[in-house]
Design a binder for this molecule. Structure first.
Ligand code: SF4
Length: 412
């Protein structure tokens, strides 16, 4: 367990967590391990960032990043077990965006890549690393590359990006003084969408946000007198499986708070009143419960993972065991197996399947833009199944009129 003297680590990337749950940073200290950040997804993301950085250096600093150096560095990156050729395509997309961004300045801006920034005026010991900072005229632009394709990340109202911007402003104040008046943050997430989200703010708006929204919470979080609060932001918390606050949020009667009592405008305020709930749920109740159930499923899966690891480590979790999962047969030697089938009189024609690659695999080969040019005439959008989503989802409402309604929609 963390001691009161230990300082919590308050990074820009964990902003969503500590701004909502100010107890999280100090609580998480006890779960830090040498392997932190070591999942296959983070390893893949780190490699993709290195490819982006390399290509950006070649674009903006060709004197330093000569073709020879570039080729040698790329060759080395390609030996990484997480290498995927798609990274070349997504890095090109990122660098194209940076080039277009630089062209929007009246004169060539100063460009900083993989720039560590500190925003300690707002967050004690606050720091982060910006993928790209450009500064020129009265404008500073911060761009971040996201390799993940599971969760869309927008730059609008994005605390991490705003903190980067505050840090970059502080860092460049020596050179630019108060000449910078406008800030733009952008997130490039090419595996999910070709649309880059941007947020424009004045420097005053950004600093005001830093003072009023960030500072009070950051001080609570850093000095360890914050409060627990569970929600979506628990997803990346290091102690999410063991956290009692999260367990109470999902498993306790607290989940009924805020529901309406039948025939009354009053809300239910405490667990004891739960017995006065109507027998059936209202549509409003269903909406609220669906939101909570999403987090509940994630929490359940975290508990399962925790219990499995605990049992494998020799501890007891009452009521549970770990057994071997379903087995599937496999050849010890696939070549030998096919030889045996041939010897038994079966032709290669029936032993092998000749299959075309999928649309997505072919698109990876060419890149999105070239693929649309080459294949545009032979691509159709069959109508998708009715799918329940959050109300702020960007897709249009479902219509049974037919696929033409959806032409040009994002392939999400
Ligand atoms: S799991 Fe959620 S509630 Fe618990 S400390 Fe982490 S962020 Fe806070």
């Amino acid at each position: 367990m963390a001691t009161p003297n230990e300082h919590a680590k308050i990074s820009a990337s964990s902003y969503e967590r500590w701004i909502h749950c100010t107890a999280a940073p100090l609580y998480e200290v006890q779960f830090q391990t040498d392997n932190d950040g070591g999942t296959p997804y983070t390893a893949e993301g780190t490699l993709a960032h290195s490819v982006c950085e390399l290509k950006a250096r070649k674009q903006f600093f060709p004197d330093k990043m000569t073709t020879r150096k570039y080729n040698a560095a790329l060759k080395k990156l390609k030996t990484d077990p997480f290498w995927n050729d798609e990274m070349l395509v997504t890095a090109d997309f990122y660098v194209n965006f940076l080039r277009e961004t630089a062209n929007q300045f009246e004169t060539m801006p100063l460009v900083y890549l993989e720039q560590r920034v500190e925003f300690t005026d707002y967050v004690p010991e606050g720091f982060g690393t910006c993928d790209c900072v450009m500064i020129g005229g009265d404008t500073i632009r911060i761009t971040d590359y996201k390799h993940g394709k599971g969760v869309p990340v927008s730059s609008v109202n994005n605390g991490q990006m705003r903190l980067y911007a505050l840090g970059a402003l502080a860092q460049t104040a020596v050179l630019f003084g108060d000449k910078i008046k406008r800030v733009c943050t952008a997130i490039v997430q090419p595996r999910l969408s070709e649309n880059v989200t941007e947020e424009w703010l004045t420097v005053e708006e950004l600093k005001e946000w830093g003072k009023t929204v960030v500072m009070p919470k950051a001080f609570q979080a850093f000095y360890g007198f914050g409060t627990f609060s569970a929600g979506d932001w628990c997803r990346f918390c290091k102690g999410k499986a063991e956290c009692r606050a999260r367990a109470e949020y999902y498993a306790g009667f607290g989940q009924y708070e805020g529901m309406r009592v039948e025939g009354s405008d009053k809300s239910i305020g405490s667990a004891n009143e739960a017995t006065t709930l109507p027998l059936t749920l209202s549509d409003d109740d269903v909406g609220t419960l669906l939101m909570q159930a999403e987090g509940l499923m994630a929490w359940y899966s975290d508990l399962q993972e925790y219990a499995r690891d605990a049992i494998l480590a020799g501890r007891k979790i009452p009521g549970w065991r770990v057994v071997e999962g379903r087995k599937t047969r496999a050849f010890t030697d696939a070549d030998k197996a096919l030889d045996l089938m041939r010897n038994a009189g079966y032709d290669d024609a029936v032993l092998y399947e000749h299959k075309a690659k999928s649309l997505a695999e072919l698109e990876k080969l060419t890149g999105k833009k070239a693929f649309a040019e080459i294949m545009g005439d032979v691509i159709t959008w069959p109508q998708g199944k009715p799918t329940l989503v959050h109300e702020n989802d960007k897709r249009p409402d479902y219509s049974s009129c037919g696929p033409e309604q959806f032409e040009g929609a994002d392939n999400v």
